[in-house]
Design a protein around this ligand. Structure first.
Ligand SMILES: C[S@@+](CC[C@H](N)C(=O)[O-])C[C@H]1O[C@@H](n2cnc3c(N)ncnc32)[C@H](O)[C@@H]1O
Length: 265
């Protein structure tokens, strides 16, 4: 006979532990001779993408609401590197953000990321429509949402569909209640920043702030140092050459961004 303590809550907690354990031990850091931060797309499709889909589903389903949080807490305590890990990150407001961090997502503790989000966290977004290009783990979006004057809407454009789902998972995990309470509109758009900004401009959309920490390395992917291109699960042949990959990309983004920037933006 089951005791009263052996309730649904107990099952959920035990379930979180089992799932965290499975993720930590059953997704190998090395597969097919490659470490997870260098995996081919088919390895990511096999191990990382379905995991994110399940976690996102659990996060959105009312019955499982607390589970991804507990799974992330347990994963964050595991010694790394993990192909599907989690990390507790100190934000500018002095809070801790808990982030799922599969190996194909940009590290929020990277100095690029830290500097970028610290500067953005200090700004006043009251009443603004904000657009972030390339949200990665979602840490910058979390900083913007948790800032003292959060925006009325936040549009996130990310070229890597899996990375965008991880951003959504992390934003819902850390800011879900805040978003609901303040009624902030958050939208997740997969695609290339240049193409999406052009579509948004055609649709008459305007933003008071457009920000992004996009790669600006004027080298072909094959020549980049190890790890520099891990976040980019897109078709690199589309971004060949200096024109669209590197500084060319930034120039193209700026040209499109001007069309969607509000007058006071
Ligand atoms: C350096 S990471 C920054 C992530 C995050 N803002 C941070 O600071 O941690 C750049 C992100 O931009 C995305 N990205 C690269 N090129 C892009 C493009 N053309 N359009 C949209 N996103 C892009 C990458 O997939 C990656 O997630």
């Amino acid at each position: 006979m089951l005791s009263d303590n052996f309730s649904f809550g107990y099952f959920c907690r035990a379930g979180s532990e089992i799932i965290a354990d499975l993720l930590a031990t059953n997704i190998p850091w090395k597969y097919g001779g490659l470490p997870a931060d260098r995996w081919h797309k088919q390895f990511k499709e096999r191990f990382l993408y379905p995991t994110t889909d399940i976690l996102l589903w659990m996060q959105q389903s009312p019955n499982f609401n607390h589970k991804p949080l507990e799974i992330a807490q347990k994963l964050a305590q595991q010694p790394g590197p993990l192909a599907y890990g989690a990390k507790s990150v100190a934000t500018s407001s002095g809070q801790q953000a808990l982030l799922f961090l599969p190996a194909d997502v940009f590290d929020p503790d990277d100095p690029w990321s830290v500097h970028f989000r610290q500067v953005l966290a200090e700004r006043d977004y009251r009443g603004q429509a904000v657009c972030e290009l390339g949200p990665g783990s979602g840490i910058t979006a979390i900083e913007i949402l948790q800032s003292s004057n959060p925006p009325k809407s936040l549009t996130l454009v990310e070229i890597d569909e899996h990375v965008l789902k991880v951003a959504e998972l992390n934003i819902r995990l850390n800011c879900g209640k805040l978003i609901d309470r303040l009624g902030i509109q958050v939208e997740f758009i997969p695609g290339d920043a240049v193409a999406i900004l052009s579509q948004l401009a055609d649709a008459g959309r305007k933003f008071q702030t457009i920000c992004g920490c996009l790669p600006h390395v004027p080298l072909p992917q094959a020549e980049l140092p190890r790890g520099q291109n891990i976040a980019h699960g897109y078709n690199a042949t589309v971004y060949h050459g200096f024109e669209r990959w590197g500084l060319g990309l930034l120039e193209a983004v700026q040209q499109q961004a001007k069309k969607t920037l509000a007058e006071q933006g």
